[in-house]
Design a protein around this ligand. Structure first.
Ligand SMILES: O=C(O)CCC(=O)C(=O)O
Length: 324
């Protein structure tokens, strides 16, 4: 454990607790073990060697994107769209003092499907799960899990600390360069200043040098930190506050996942909408609970009979690979 001392008005204040994010090696972490120890327990982990076969690990770098997609117009951040070649130039020139753009709005299946073959076979620890199930109600179905491309240079960062909507889990896999994550448990929500009651966005905008006068309670939160390197996947569980900061020019992909353990929270979020008649809300809840029960059954069958094609197609709860 390390302890960070905050400096306020020139004097050192009470320390805050900083813990490393747990690390595991993929070769020693079969999927069912991952599911039990991290997905079900809602615990973050960094997995080394998660995607050894991905071609992206050998071919993706800033020059690759500049030469193959340089003239493509892409959504970079909220309300900003630019040629990817210009984004890459600015990313290469990015410094901690003058950070360049952080690309986080490209949905790969929709905007750059040419990249998909570089991301196969599917990440054992990072796949859409129930988002892709044919049992998922059409309105919530996202077979791509919102798979996104993230590119930034030194000093670049995801625009805000947040937890993911839909009560989703997230998996971010580093392809090139290094990126640091800072995480806070859902139990520390009271210390991380959500922008309004129930919001998933935090007002804390600088975790390297927090404004202690504005955010004094932050010192009571336990901070988890870890750097991901090429080939590593970080699992960010549902409800965990997170922010990401580029250490060295970084390219990664990120997606959202729904599994049995975060399904109930997903239902709660879906049924939270204001201004909807209680009867409609209850009908929706009942429908999603029934769907969840059928998915549970299909997933249990998949674990029992991993080779059965029709069960695998229905369940999508885990990658259907022998030995997992
Ligand atoms: O920049 C990152 O790696 C974090 C991405 C993220 O948190 C998100 O897309 O919700």
């Amino acid at each position: 454990m390390t302890v960070a001392h905050a400096v306020q008005n020139g004097s050192v204040c009470a320390p805050r607790e900083v813990l490393p994010i747990e690390r595991r090696v993929a070769a020693d972490l079969p999927y069912q073990e991952f599911f039990r120890q991290y997905v079900t327990a809602n615990r973050p982990v960094i997995i080394e060697g998660a995607v050894p076969q991905w071609r992206a690990l050998r071919t993706w770098n800033p020059e690759f994107f500049k030469s193959h997609f340089g003239s493509k117009q892409v959504a970079v951040t909220y309300g900003v769209s630019q040629r990817l070649g210009d984004v890459i130039d600015a990313v290469i020139g990015s410094t901690v003092e003058r950070p360049g753009p952080y690309l986080h709005r490209v949905i790969i299946h929709q905007d750059m499907p040419e990249l998909l073959p570089d991301l196969t076979p599917e990440n054992v620890y990072g796949f859409p799960g129930r988002y892709a199930s044919p049992l998922m109600p059409h309105r919530f179905r996202r077979p791509d899990g919102y798979l996104k491309l993230l590119i930034g240079g030194a000093g670049g960062k995801f625009p805000l600390m947040h937890f993911d909507s839909d009560n989703a889990n997230a998996a971010i896999t580093e392809i090139f360069g290094d990126k640091e994550f800072v995480l806070f448990s859902p139990h520390d929500t009271g210390f991380v200043y959500p922008s309004s009651e129930g919001s998933n966005a935090s007002l804390v905008d600088n975790l390297e040098q927090p404004d202690w006068e504005r955010f004094p309670l932050l010192r009571q939160a336990t901070e988890y930190r870890g750097i991901i390197h090429p080939g590593e996947t970080i699992f960010v569980p549902a409800g965990w506050w997170h922010s990401a900061r580029v250490v060295s020019t970084s390219i990664s992909v990120c997606l959202n996942m729904l599994h049995a353990p975060n399904w109930h929270g997903f239902i709660n979020e879906c049924c939270r909408a204001q201004g909807v008649h209680w009867a409609t809300r209850n009908a929706k809840r009942l429908y999603l609970e029934a769907t969840g029960a059928i998915m549970n059954a299909a997933e249990n069958l998949q674990i029992r009979y991993p080779g059965a094609g029709f069960v695998t197609a229905l369940a999508k709860c885990s990658p259907a690979r022998p030995g997992l």
